[in-house]
Design a protein. Structure first.
Ligand code: PEP
Ligand code: MG
Length: 433
């Protein structure tokens, strides 16, 4: 690890070519430290729903979890092949396995070429529904993917990743410069900046750790922002300054009841007034959004939906709270399917409430990047999905092949028949298209 982080230069040890990191577990901040130097990560513990996994996806680093005994069996310098899609690890592989991997890589390269051919085409279904595909981002290194993937904007910019990569709290001027670069690279496409979402498994290395029994349900996201106003205001000021004469989209994470959004909204409006008084150029337009990540918000007063300029569903958290199943605990996480009738009914309710209030809604959790889930959300009526850039091609490919109105009928009929998990009828129907 010391070699990878550049602290081990004088140990005489050499950084291997295409290094794969093997560890018991890893946090998002640590993974960001290694960055793209790594070609893969194999963990004995870990979870697909963790922020380390999200960071790995955004860095396009294959990550394998639950590789039993790997830390004791692998020796430094051992050859290892990993398949991130299938969750497979081959330690000291034989030549036949290596040849199969080479074939798979060649086939994937072919598929990538096909997806690249769709880049400038709309994600339009056979029934004429147009779905906007946005990308999730959080690092400057993500932004070139905006052009290559054909994303129509950034539907979720996770600002905390910039805080996690530092050893100290960033200064307002540093953040303003960074956000301004993000907007420059977006070339006029919208970027939805989510204010700092720390807490849960996103622990800032330079902040006093909070000893909480259940951090995912603890002091995190907007709860921290409203209690530590100085940090929230500093970030909002940096965003306003960065936008200067350009539109600014700000969204607040983990809103659990309406007054939290009202309060955060008020802090933003005060920050705008302050910046104006100080003579800073104003954003040309300001849109304020909320992330729905707890089931409580599906039942929020109508006024909440009317107050929002846009809404984004954070499905990673929403699903863990809906099923009371920790997103970081593989054992319980996998028990509950995104395509369960009850969860889709909740999503449909949120979508309906947004439509009634005429507020645009998007889905930005990891599920939006899975083609079957993505077309299901589109069939429920979602018209904007935000995902990691590499998923845009596969999702668009499937959307263009299906009739969403027909898929909606399949979903409704299965629900009427009392089917509890819709994965089977949905995948069977897709296979027939
Ligand atoms: C989510 O919860 O779905 C989300 C997008 O936020 P994060 O994964 O960063 O918690
Ligand atoms: Mg979340």
């Amino acid at each position: 690890m010391r070699i990878l982080t550049g602290q081990g230069r004088d140990t005489g040890a050499e950084m291997p070519e295409n290094p794969i990191l093997i560890a018991r577990n890893i946090g998002p901040a640590e993974l960001l430290d290694y960055g793209r130097k790594l070609k893969g990560v194999v963990l004995e513990e870990g979870s697909v729903g963790s922020h380390a996994a999200i960071v790995a996806r955004s860095l396009a680093i294959p990550l394998i979890i639950h590789a039993g005994r790997i830390t004791s069996e692998a020796l430094n310098g051992d050859p290892i092949l990993i398949d991130g899609d299938m969750g497979i690890v081959h330690l000291r592989p034989e030549e036949t396995i290596a040849a199969a991997f080479r074939d798979k890589i060649a086939m994937q390269a072919e598929a990538q070429k096909r997806y690249a051919g769709l880049r400038d085409l709309p994600a339009e279904s056979l029934c004429g529904a147009r779905i906007q595909l946005y990308m999730n981002a959080g690092l400057m290194a993500d932004l070139p993917s905006m052009q290559s993937s054909g994303a129509e904007g950034v539907g979720l910019f996770r600002t905390e990743l910039q805080f996690l990569t530092r050893t100290h709290f960033p200064r307002r001027s540093e953040l303003a410069t960074l956000y301004s670069h993000v907007l420059d690279s977006a070339l006029g496409k919208p970027v939805m900046f989510r204010t700092l979402d720390i807490g849960s498994d996103k622990v800032l290395p330079y902040m006093k750790p909070n000893d909480e029994p259940n951090p995912a349900m603890g002091w995190r996201a907007i709860r921290v922002g409203l209690d530590k106003r100085g940090v929230l205001k500093m970030q909002l000021q940096a965003l306003i300054r960065a936008a200067a004469d350009r539109p600014l989209y700000v969204m607040f994470p983990f809103v659990t009841e309406m007054p939290e959004f009202e309060e955060a909204h008020r802090v933003l409006m005060e920050s705008i007034a302050r910046e104006q008084r100080l003579g800073h150029p104003m954003p040309s337009d300001i849109r304020v959004g909320a992330m729905i990540e707890t089931p409580s918000m599906a039942y929020a007063p109508k006024k909440f939906f009317e107050m929002c300029d846009f809404i984004s569903i954070g499905g990673n958290d929403l699903k863990q709270f809906f099923f009371a199943a920790d997103r970081e605990n593989e054992r319980v996480r996998r028990r509950y399917d995104t395509l369960s009738a009850s969860y889709l009914t909740l999503l449909d309710l949120i979508r309906q409430r947004c439509d009634e209030a005429r507020v645009p809604v998007s889905f930005c959790g990891e599920d939006a990047g899975r083609p079957i889930e993505a077309v299901t959300f589109a069939a429920l009526g979602f018209r904007r999905l935000s995902m990691r850039p590499a998923s845009i091609g596969p999702v668009k490919h499937l959307i263009r092949r299906v009739n969403l109105a027909e898929l909606r009928k399949v979903i409704d009929e299965a629900c009427e028949q009392g089917v509890t998990n819709l994965r089977r009828p949905i995948t069977e129907w897709i296979a027939r298209q």
